[in-house]
Design a protein around this ligand. Structure first.
Ligand code: ZN
Length: 297
């Protein structure tokens, strides 16, 4: 009898330990900011299959998490080079008509909260398309966190998946022809094959989620007051896509099953943690969001 009580107590302690680690306290002082890298113009049915073919302007958002142990940027927007050299994007400039005002330069945006690119510890890229991985080059002193499948696909895309990578956005990660080794050792790159809890406290978790591209990832941010917010990158274009299980155009859906699975994951996170989620391009959701220097904490 006594022994079974001891065993039960031990089991209970283990269970409390598991629950405790799953609900680890997010540190005070954590904040989440949303920034603008301008806007693009696309046909709505490109981002929502079955939607109207009308041209709409969509925001290009990116995010920063301030954490006591380092700042994290999630996505980096359009390459600032197009502000002065639109030819850098080739035909994409005409096709996407990006906003090119100087206020959207990434340095200016980060400056709204007193940060410089060198203040960023981790650059987490949801995927490496031109409106997400555009400004990686601005962070030579940070660690790039990307799925191995994504970085490989950016350099050598699978058939049908070459849009919308701009090689100049990441070619500097390689050494010039004739060098001894192919990767430039100046750049610190974490090539993941799964998830990572960046600060080992459950507050900023990179979540591999192959959907929009072969190596897409999302970011789960658990804030001390605002709770859990999932940053979806382009696994989700519109909140309506999640609510009605709508896919984007096939050219933006590397894995339709993966995209629908990401919608299920969001519903699960809503049920389990009362989570919210932010996308990069939903015009209506963007209007209702706080923008830096305002923040969630
Ligand atoms: Zn995008």
């Amino acid at each position: 009898m006594k022994r079974s009580i001891v065993v039960l107590a031990a089991v209970a302690l283990v269970l409390v330990g598991i629950a405790g680690s799953a609900l680890a306290e997010s540190p005070a002082g954590m904040r989440l900011y949303a920034f603008s890298s301008g806007a693009l113009t696309v046909a709505k049915n490109f981002l929502q299959a079955g939607g109207p073919p009308t041209q709409i302007q969509i925001p290009v958002g990116f995010f920063v998490v301030r954490h006591p142990r380092g700042n994290v940027i999630f996505d980096t927007g359009n390459n600032d080079r197009i502000l002065t050299d639109p030819g850098y994007w080739g035909d994409f400039v005409k096709a996407l008509n990006p906003v090119r005002t100087p206020d959207i330069a990434i340095d200016v945006q980060l400056g709204k909260i007193g940060l410089k690119p060198d203040d960023i510890k981790y650059v987490v890229i949801g995927h490496m398309h031109l409106d997400h991985g555009g400004n990686i080059a601005k962070f030579p002193n940070s660690t790039l966190v990307v799925q191995k499948d994504e970085i490989r696909n950016a350099f050598w895309p699978e058939p049908g998946t070459a849009c919308c990578y701009v090689p100049g956005d990441f070619m500097f990660l390689r050494t010039p022809p004739g060098a001894m080794m192919p990767n430039d050792p100046k750049w610190k790159v974490f090539q993941l094959e799964g998830d990572i809890d960046l600060f080992a406290d459950n507050s900023v978790v990179v979540k591999r989620w192959v959907g929009h591209t072969p190596g897409s990832q999302m970011l789960i941010v658990r804030l001390p007051k605002s709770g859990t917010i999932v940053l979806t990158s382009d696994n989700v274009y519109y909140k309506e896509n999640v609510e009605k299980n709508l896919l984007p155009d096939v050219s933006l859906a590397y894995s339709p099953k993966g995209i629908l699975g990401s919608y299920d994951f969001i519903r699960e996170m809503q049920a389990r943690e009362n989570a919210n989620y932010f996308t990069a391009h939903d015009p209506d959701a963007w209007k209702t969001m706080k923008h830096a220097p305002e923040y969630w904490e």
